[in-house]
Design a protein around this ligand. Sequence first.
Ligand SMILES: [Ca+2]
Ligand SMILES: [Ca+2]
Length: 459
Amino acid sequence: MRTAPIALTLASAALVAACAAVRTGPPSGSLPGPRAEGPPAATGGRAAKRPPRTPRGDAARARAARAAPPAAAAQDAAPAVDVWAEPATWRAAGDPSQFEVPLPAGPGWNASLVLDNGTTGIWTVEAFQVFPMYGTPEVVGLDDKGRCHVLSSYSGKWADMPTIHDVKWLGGLAHADVDPRFPGPELYTGGERGNLYQVRSYEQAALDHRLIAFLPGMEIHTLVAGDLDPRTPGAELFVFTRPGGLYRATPTGPDGGFEIAKIDDLPGRVRDAVVLPREPGRPAEIACVSRAGWVRILSVGMDGPHWETVYEDAMGMGRIDVRAGAPGEPLVLYTCHDDGRVLRLERQPDRTFRSELVYLGPQGTRGVASGRFDADPSVETIAIFGYSGRVEILSRRADGWHAETAFTDRSKGHWLVAAELDGRNATTELLASGYGARIVLLARPPGTGRAETSTDIAR
Ligand SMILES: [Ca+2]
Ligand SMILES: [Ca+2]
């Protein structure tokens, strides 16, 4: 497999961003611009096709790769797909509710369709165990018309059970046992209209949903759930909004409703957040990434919220993931700037973070996912997605980070998540969604990383 070498290594001091000093207290800054991120009209854009690439020999390609900047080298290997094409040019690849629908993928990857949503973009996708009686986690996607798609797999097919119709986009999504009045975990989502919903699942494979709170004039961009605030018992939902605010929702309202309390103002919206593995004796920590150009770790004490800045630079940011490290390994976060810079942030023994720039990718990064994407478990890997339409795998090898294209969608990407959805390999799968109005599953071929391949069991 050819990979595009990236001329960035640990030793590239000039490209290693300065690690910001740790500080606490409320953040400061200015409010973001008026443009909303989530909801693209699925129409519009240029219809012009990219000209075909000129074939070149391997030697010329290698010379060009050495001479070109890293991002250009990576793009050279990408298929010529016009990610700004009109939806009218799209054709359904098949019906994934009836049979497994394969899609073209990069070398060493299999792609298949989970949902074709016509021309309606899908802004968020995650995998949760919504129905415990099915072994495989469900895939949950939020679309531009305010629908929450809950998709269950069955031997390569996917059954969609859409719920909620909030008309405008849904963006925030969480799954946790927040409400003790209902057994097991619940789904939570909200969006442009400021409506916050709870979705409950039942053993007979049924869903219902209800409005549990309303934030007038606020867009709900990000939700996280868990026992996050010591001032209220049990689990809470944290709701990050635009205009920038942080709200807490607790299952303490009348008639099964929730109560909402504003707990902080924020300079710009948090577009993604992840609850970090809980350390004994320490408060819950939530890593947050903002359009205002920072990564901060939020924790809440009896005196209120504390913010620790771990990275900042003058360019919007929007996605974050945490490495599923082994016990004793340092905490590692992966994040990205909107301009295509992908960063690795590693917590040091003194709890400060060391930042490393690992990729100068295409503009419009809209997905960062940590997982095992290589047959060799010792290779550190992350996946990215965005306005390039390409899902790229970044692998850290002895000579630095490398990029390869795993998949190219029919339009711009908006969300990427790692999930375990195929046990035939030893690697992590990926779910991608966005302006292409579909959810795509990416998996390494059966046998990848498994010793059984020597017996041809994968054929
Ligand atoms: Ca519950
Ligand atoms: Ca797998």
